[in-house]
Design a protein around this ligand. Structure first.
Ligand code: TXA
Ligand code: MG
Length: 368
């Protein structure tokens, strides 16, 4: 991210944020993926505040964010020592990923050090860690000198925020919440999560813009998909090992407006399944496709919105688009199904969950 495109916070503001964290307060801050709601990872009351503010169930673990060393270009960063206060049994393969992708949108899960608060890990014996790349996140973490837990800065089950204004909207009543301004998030969906806690085997827990294919190409490390593993046992036929990853609840990232996906070139079919003539429907269309001639559809008030057919650009705008559409009073939003291919997995995952939980009743959905 170029500093020119990022309104950098002054060091006085960063110092105030550090003070707030030290005093047990919450600070929302930008990362390259989404905005996080930060608290001191060593302060149990501050961690409690995070769960209460988000309305997040206590057994959903948080990610610890740490600073990358300033001399990151130096080849010999001793990551094992840097991670020692948090994690143990760090496999060689994990170090390869760290050296290649940190700081960046990749979270790794390890066996936790015994000093890590169990309120932070949702009672599990593992801990998730990432070093975010955003310069403001890095400035904050370096000055704070400790770990900062930071879930996405949204109410539980809602669309993650990708701008400071989104965070403000999420927590409207909380006037004392400090929010660091850092522009729009470049990646736009949450980090890829890979679990190394079972030894040398790397398992994908949450897809993101860093894909197993890219990891293989750059590090030679094979990352298994949960379906390839023992997660698929009899008691748990869907392979959903909940609630290790709250993003793995079916209804997560949910907008209030009903959202559906349509098969390639089937937008009109999807519309005719929704025949209320007074409906106002927004239909997202790939920028690579010519217009769908939706005017031919007589019964509904339909508008097209153009979405990028490049997976990274699509991801960077996805939550922004869903939030904006939610403000515009549509009765239904239709999105094209992402094409097959691993580079679309992160986006497909978020879109499918957003569909499942969408609609005005999503607040009271079981899994929220
Ligand atoms: O990109 C991101 O990761 C953003 C930014 C703010 O860094 N953070 C984020 O946090 O997405 P959150 O809390 O919204 O999602 C963290 C995910 C949850 O689904 C949680 O269950 C999972 O990480 N997680 C945390 N600790 C874990 C652990 N020990 N084992 C498995 N999953 C874990
Ligand atoms: Mg989240």
């Amino acid at each position: 991210m170029s500093p020119a495109s990022t309104p950098l916070q002054s060091s006085a503001v960063i110092s105030e944020a550090v003070e707030t964290l030290r005093n047990g307060g919450l600070v929302a801050f930008p990362t390259e993926t989404v905005y996080g709601l930060g608290a001191d990872a060593k302060n149990p009351e501050a961690i409690q505040k995070i769960f209460a503010t988000k309305g997040r169930p206590a057994n959903h673990p948080l990610i610890v964010h740490i600073a990358a060393p300033e001399q990151f270009d130096v080849p010999q960063v001793d990551w094992v020592s840097l991670l020692a206060p948090w994690a143990r049994d760090i496999p060689e393969d994990a170090l390869k990923l760290i050296n290649t992708f940190w700081p960046g949108p990749l979270t790794l899960v390890f066996k936790k050090d015994k000093s890590v608060l169990s309120a932070l890990t949702g009672g599990q014996d593992t801990v998730a860690i990432r070093a975010p790349a955003h310069p403001i996140a890095q400035a904050l973490l370096r000055k704070f000198k400790g770990g900062v837990v930071a879930p996405s800065a949204n109410r539980f089950g809602k669309v993650s925020p990708t701008s400071a204004a989104d965070v403000r909207n999420e927590f409207e009543g909380m006037l004392d919440l400090m929010i660091l301004e850092g522009g729009d998030c470049e990646v736009g969906i949450e980090s890829t999560i890979i679990d190394f806690s079972s030894g040398d085997e790397a398992v994908l827990l949450r897809p993101g813009v860093i894909t197993p294919k890219e990891i293989m190409a750059k590090t030679g490390v094979h990352v298994s998909l949960p379906g390839e593993l023992h997660l698929q046992d009899k008691e748990n036929p869907e392979g959903v090992n909940l609630p290790r990853v709250s993003g793995s609840l079916k209804a997560h990232y949910a907008p209030t407006t009903p959202l559906r996906l349509y098969a390639p070139a089937r937008a009109l079919d999807a519309l005719s399944e929704y025949p209320d003539i007074k409906s106002r429907v927004a239909v997202a269309v790939w920028d690579s496709e010519s217009s769908l001639v939706l005017e031919d559809h007589p019964s509904t008030d339909v508008s097209e919105i153009i979405v990028s057919s490049d997976p990274a650009s699509f991801a960077s705008k996805l939550y922004r688009t869903l939030r904006d559409l939610d403000q515009q009073g549509w009765d239904l939003v239709l999105f094209p199904e992402p094409p097959p291919g691993e580079e679309w997995d992160g986006v497909r995952d978020r879109l499918q969950r957003a569909c499942f939980g969408s609609g005005p009743s999503s607040n009271s959905h079981d899994s929220n």
